[in-house]
Design a protein around this ligand. Sequence first.
Ligand SMILES: Nc1ncnc2c1ncn2[C@@H]1O[C@H](COP(=O)(O)OP(=O)(O)OP(=O)(O)O)[C@@H](O)[C@H]1O
Ligand SMILES: [Mg+2]
Length: 263
Amino acid sequence: MSNPHMEPQTDPRIALAVRGLSIFFGRQAVLKNVTLDVAAHAVTAIIGPSGCGKSTLLRALNRMHELNPGARMEGEIRLFGENIYSRGVEPVAVRRRVGMVFQKSNPFPTLSIAGNITVGLRLNGVRDKRLLAERTEESLRMAALWDEVKDRLHAPAISLSGGQQQRLCIARALAVQPEVLLMDEPASALDPLATQKIEDLIVELKKDYTVVIVTHNMQQAARASDFTAFLYLGELVEFGPTTKMFTNPSQQRTEDYVTGRFG
Ligand SMILES: Nc1ncnc2c1ncn2[C@@H]1O[C@H](COP(=O)(O)OP(=O)(O)OP(=O)(O)O)[C@@H](O)[C@H]1O
Ligand SMILES: [Mg+2]
């Protein structure tokens, strides 16, 4: 995947290096020259008002935005030093390394709980029953769902509660062992208790993964993340350690947003 013509960025502390990223839909620039480093084994939160480009930025990180015809990009994104947009890199390979969880849980409705977990592995050619069972348990444990479903692995996924379905989707994303997990408002459709579980899980996950989360919930960003990026009208207004962003931001617009004065 490496491109010999580019200076590789090999600092293992940086999972994703975003450089001068602009994204256009038609003539409209929805991201403008965004540069930031996503730290490995940390949680980075992306915050900002509706329509500022949070989902677009997240989707660029695993080449999902390409699924929009008419989207165009400038700039560069490196995953542990490798340019994920260089010629010859398959989007599918990038998405395997950089997994995604969406706002609305989307389990495969016709599959069982276990079937949802193993589907990605099967697509990758894993057939060994013992390995599939092991990976199922491991992923469900990591998503803090195992104890609730271990006796009903073959029940339909849609028999789970909303919060459980979202954790199932997290387990499904983890099953293929990505390096980075992207989450677009993963708890916004959940009640406070289920939200709490997802937040605890996010903090747990950074031991093994790099997590990037989009959230509208300021408390959630403050509690669960190590770094926060504030986007406004497609521009990265400020990016830094979460504690600083919430207690002593450098920009007035950041302060206004995190204190709820607009947005
Ligand atoms: N497929 C698309 N085609 C055209 N414009 C789009 C497309 N997807 C997003 N946009 C535009 O890009 C801008 C940023 O959208 P994006 O979904 O990234 O915002 P967001 O910050 O995630 O908002 P929200 O908080 O409401 O989810 C918006 O103006 C939106 O209308
Ligand atoms: Mg969005």
